[in-house]
Design a protein around this ligand. Sequence first.
Ligand SMILES: [Fe+2]
Length: 141
Amino acid sequence: MKQGHEPLQWNDSLATGIENIDKQHKLLINILNDANHCFRENGSCELQEKVIEDLLAYTIYHFNTEEELMENRGYGEKRPEEELAHTREHRAFTGKINGYRSAIRRGEGLDHEKVFSFLNGWLIEHVMETDKRLGRFLSLP
Ligand SMILES: [Fe+2]
């Protein structure tokens, strides 16, 4: 059986129907898999910090893209609860990655399996539920 920390693979069931979001999700999956690979191969602390920083930077960039789309389409006015829940999930995720970065900086070892089971699981669940919900809203005429 596939373990939660194994590399992710894009498939069409993850599509939100919004081209730019899907394109960014594919890239995010690649960056996450690169980070996963580095930890699995016991990359140096510096390298681990770097891949986590890359992941954090791209995640923030990607969430900004989604949140700009929400703003431009009045998601917060039309679906305030959905918008709030969505952005809260984003904040929680970046907070978690930030925490990993701090731990690496303090020289604490991270539990590779636990970290990537969480990150991978979070991403898939968020895309499948929350981003697809947003995609349906953005696809409305
Ligand atoms: Fe999202």
